[in-house]
Design a protein around this ligand. Structure first.
Ligand SMILES: [Zn+2]
Length: 206
């Protein structure tokens, strides 16, 4: 089993918080078979709330997919509680917004599409179903009478330490303390070399 986080970064204009409509958000991913290296031609989608039964055991999974080349059956799940938000404090760095539990397959590309939620700054408007297909989005916050936007959306996948990934302890981490900590959320130890030291220290302090 491999745990892989999807991280995003973007430029925010008067937007305080960006997140997906999980557990109903559809993650569109291109997937690579770990056995033979075949990458799916199209993007396949999985939704945390939707499960399909597995053939070989009684458990359920978010996406069961058979490799076209080697015929191996692989599956991938959204790890419950791994969803995070990209906030105005995160601008300039990558932030994990979801972690996948990958068995025999790994995500190699992502399509953001629609289903995002953006909250404007200063108690502004909450925009539901934001479409990030074009990697940018603009709108107008009538409440605060200001234009709002998301620009230059980028993403990357990183492998994470399995031991520290799991449902968040104590609910969503939205306190100032955790937002100010450098690196990703405190519930995940990232193996990205950039953020390694701060993340480790922060976890040890807890
Ligand atoms: Zn294969």
């Amino acid at each position: 089993m491999v745990k892989i986080s999807l991280q995003i970064r973007a430029t925010l204009e008067c937007i305080e918080k960006l997140y997906t409509s999980h557990p109903h958000y559809q993650w569109f991913l291109k997937l690579k078979c770990s056995s033979c290296g075949e990458v799916t031609e199209k993007f396949h989608d999985l939704t945390e709330a939707d499960k399909v039964p597995q053939k070989h055991n009684r458990s359920e999974t978010n996406l069961l997919i058979k490799c076209k080349l080697c015929s191996r059956e692989n599956n991938i799940d959204v790890i419950e509680g791994s969803n995070g938000a990209f906030t105005s404090n995160d601008v300039g760095k990558y932030k994990s917004i979801v972690t996948f539990d990958c068995r025999g397959i790994e995500p190699v590309d992502f399509e953001p599409k629609s289903g995002w939620i953006a909250e404007a700054e200063d108690d502004g408007k909450k925009f539901e179903d934001v479409d990030l297909t074009e990697k940018e989005w603009v709108d107008y916050d009538e409440k605060n009478r200001t234009s709002v936007g998301i620009y230059e959306l980028e993403w990357q996948f990183i492998k994470v330490n399995a031991v520290l990934v799991g449902p968040q302890q104590g609910g969503q981490t939205t306190s100032n303390e955790s937002l100010e900590a450098s690196g990703p959320g405190p519930w995940i130890l990232e193996l990205s070399t950039k953020d390694l030291c701060p993340a480790v220290d922060f976890n040890r302090l807890k």
